[in-house]
Design a binder for this molecule. Structure first.
Ligand SMILES: *Cc1c(COP(=O)(O)O)cnc(C)c1O
Length: 377
């Protein structure tokens, strides 16, 4: 028995879970500090949880493996992960970002870049010629892609962008939130860094805000990113990390089901007279369907958008009649969501006013279809 002969107050003060090897699910690693041996060496290789909690080991190891990367880091949010990349570039670095991408991140980049922090060009990244023209050889440090891109689901060609980046001496980073590591593996297509909002499909239950980065190599940029996470101090809590690891266990079955239902609904929606356009990479009518078919494996994901007759008013009235789809932002959960992006984004939004974004959940396909039929009637 440890602490033999100690008083109750001492025993209570040392209450902790004993190391165990027979857990089927991981314990929640709440400890902020980790012991040293008699030789003063760290027993678990870590001394303080801000530097990297054991709670991160499961999700980080799994993500690095899924993406085919050498290292992964989890962050307090997708935004924390993405902004860590931009903040770790040299001051004044030239970066190219897509015109269609996650609204809050684009807004942050454009505002943060001012005052000489970054030199940003915005380009239609799915147009490979336009991307090529925007990149400056020897000057561009980073090409950022998001594919499929929120909320209009343009698909950018990762291999072509990687080629352009390599020729210019730049790195390619990809926000792969919507595709998940099961459908697209950007590192295998030439990207250096993959980013996920783990708040979405990875966790999958709309109850954790988290983010992740996975790198191909431990580059100088990656080392600065790791320094940023350690020193910046805005880290993921161990309970959130545990929930994330729990959610990730079912990622494969969720994504498979959500992709299948989304494709069926997209096909049905395309035939509806009150729907003027369906945006889904899995439809042959999608402008980059051939790139999507090459780059996305085993499905096209659970996200789609529709344009409806009657402009913003028509879209809001369709959303108002939904009963199974919940009117809420975010994506990738078990429940289907419907959202008028122009309202969510607010002033300055470039989302088409007649567009509704649908995140397909795990409900029965027939119930979702009936709900859309009623909403569109
Ligand atoms: C949600 C989201 C983000 C931001 O992630 P948070 O976890 O909300 O901070 C970034 N990119 C995409 C594509 C997203 O959907």
């Amino acid at each position: 028995m440890k602490l033999k002969g100690a008083h109750p107050g001492t025993v209570l003060a040392h209450t902790r879970t004993q190391a165990a090897t027979d857990h089927v699910t991981a314990p929640i690693a709440m400890s902020t500090t980790f012991a040293r041996g008699e030789d003063n060496a760290l027993l678990a290789g870590v001394d303080y949880a801000r530097d990297g909690s054991p709670a991160y080991l499961d999700p980080e190891a799994t993500l690095a493996r899924l993406e085919g990367g050498s290292r992964a880091l989890v962050f307090a949010s997708g935004m924390a992960a993405a902004t860590a990349v931009f903040m770790s570039l040299e001051p004044g670095a030239h970066v190219v970002v897509p015109s269609a991408m996650y609204w809050a991140l684009k807004g942050w980049i454009l505002r943060w870049a001012t005052g000489g922090r970054l030199d940003v060009d915005v380009v239609d990244s799915w147009d490979t010629d336009a991307l090529f023209a925007a990149v400056r050889r020897g000057k561009t440090r980073l090409i950022w892609l998001e594919t499929p891109a929120n909320p209009t689901w343009e698909v950018s060609d990762i291999s072509a962008a990687a080629e352009i980046a390599r020729a210019a001496g730049a790195l390619l980073a990809v926000d792969s939130t919507a595709a998940t590591p099961l459908i697209t593996r950007p590192l295998e297509l030439g990207a250096e860094i993959v980013m996920h909002s783990a708040s979405k499909y990875l966790n999958g239950h709309s109850d954790v805000i988290a983010g992740a980065l996975v790198t191909k190599d431990v580059s100088p940029l990656w080392q600065r990113i790791a320094l940023h996470r350690r020193g910046g101090g805005a880290i993921l809590g161990p309970f959130e990390a545990w929930l994330l690891a729990r959610g990730m266990r079912t990622l494969a079955v969720r994504v498979q089901r959500q992709s299948r239902t989304a494709l069926a609904l997209a096909r049905w929606l395309e035939a509806q007279p009150s729907v003027t356009r369906v945006r889904y990479p899995g439809l042959p009518s999608h402008p980059q369907h051939d790139v999507a078919a090459r780059q996305m494996r085993g499905g096209f994901g659970g996200m789609l958008s529709i344009h409806v007759k009657g402009g913003a008013e028509g879209a809001l009235s369709v959303a108002s009649r939904a009963r199974v789809f919940i009117r809420a932002t975010s994506l990738g959960g078990t429940e289907s969501l419907i959202e008028h992006r122009a309202t969510a984004e607010g002033e300055g939004s470039v989302a088409p006013p007649d567009l509704l974004r649908l995140s397909i959940g795990l409900e029965d396909e027939a119930d979702l279809l009936a709900d859309l039929e009623r909403a569109l009637a």
